[in-house]
Ligand binder design. Structure first.
Ligand code: APR
Length: 248
């Protein structure tokens, strides 16, 4: 494994036939979106069992909606950063074939990414707790939103701890993992499954792994190149090298 070798990463990416990306909260850190773990992570300040589980919502839907409304308000003021924009550029150049994100902040789509699989849902999406209604909020929730179809409580359409990921999304994700020969993993602690195992699916098929993170993770020993640093700084540098790499 090369540590911090931008050239090696650029070489792997420029030779990729089917590059995909997996992102986590770290890619949005430079957009001022708090991560979950690390020194100022959300799970350091809040108890996930009170806020991000089905039983938490059943127990106190008002508290859960207050927390999600606070996150919606915060994220509405955030903007994509150069890391998001680099992935958009690679998608438009045909370099990046698809983007799998654990993030619910919607910043990849706001930056212009279109082939995005939001495996943990989206902060603005809502679903009815009783009927099949699905919807999207256009502004931070006020109180407990009610279903326009049946009047029951709406909940955030995100994947809470203890819940499984959407089958249709997972089918698309695994189809991508089966086609990928390179995966770039940006800003995830690689602790939460099944997303944490996605890069290993690519590796098991002799694919190459590039990791971008400010620190090492449980995935680091398995990657071909670990680029230590901020995504918003390293991805544009990687992009610049790609250009020179393709010219040679
Ligand atoms: N650039 C790159 N990486 C960064 C940066 C940065 N500027 N800042 C932080 N990181 C890294 C951290 O080192 C850490 O490895 O981003 C990672 C963030 O990890 P988490 O906070 O655990 O976020 P994530 O991996 O996305 O969590 C996965 O857990 O709580 C659930 O559903 C939630 O989707 C989330 C899942």
């Amino acid at each position: 494994m090369h540590k911090g070798d931008l050239g090696a990463a650029a070489s792997i990416i420029s030779k990729a036939q089917h590059l995909i990306a997996l992102t986590g909260a770290g890619i949005s850190k430079e957009s001022n979106v708090p991560t979950f773990r690390g020194e100022d992570g959300l799970w350091r300040k809040y108890n996930v069992m009170d806020l991000a589980t089905p039983s938490a919502f059943a127990r106190n839907p008002q508290l859960v909606w207050e927390w999600y409304s606070w996150r919606q308000d915060l994220i509405a003021k955030c903007s994509p950063n150069p890391a998001h924009h680099t992935l958009v550029k690679w998608e438009r150049k045909g370099v990046l074939k698809s983007l799998i994100s654990q993030n619910v902040d919607g910043l990849h789509r706001r930056a212009g990414s279109s082939n995005v699989h939001e495996v943990h849902g989206n902060l603005w999406a809502v679903k009815c707790t009783s009927c099949t209604h699905l919807g999207r909020l256009s502004s931070p929730a006020q109180g407990i939103p009610e279903c326009p179809s049946c009047g029951a409580k709406l909940r955030p359409d995100v994947v809470w701890f203890g819940e499984s990921l959407d089958n249709a999304v997972m089918q698309q994700v695994y189809a991508e993992l089966e086609r990928a020969d390179v995966i770039i993993v940006v800003g995830t602690s690689a602790l939460v499954h099944p997303a944490a195992s996605f890069p290993l699916v690519v590796k098991q098929r002799d694919g190459r792994l590039v990791e971008v993170n400010i620190e090492e993770t449980p995935l680091t020993p398995s990657v071909d190149v670990h680029l230590k640093g901020k995504a918003g700084e390293l991805l544009p540098k990687l992009d610049a090298l790609l250009k020179s790499d393709t010219v040679s």
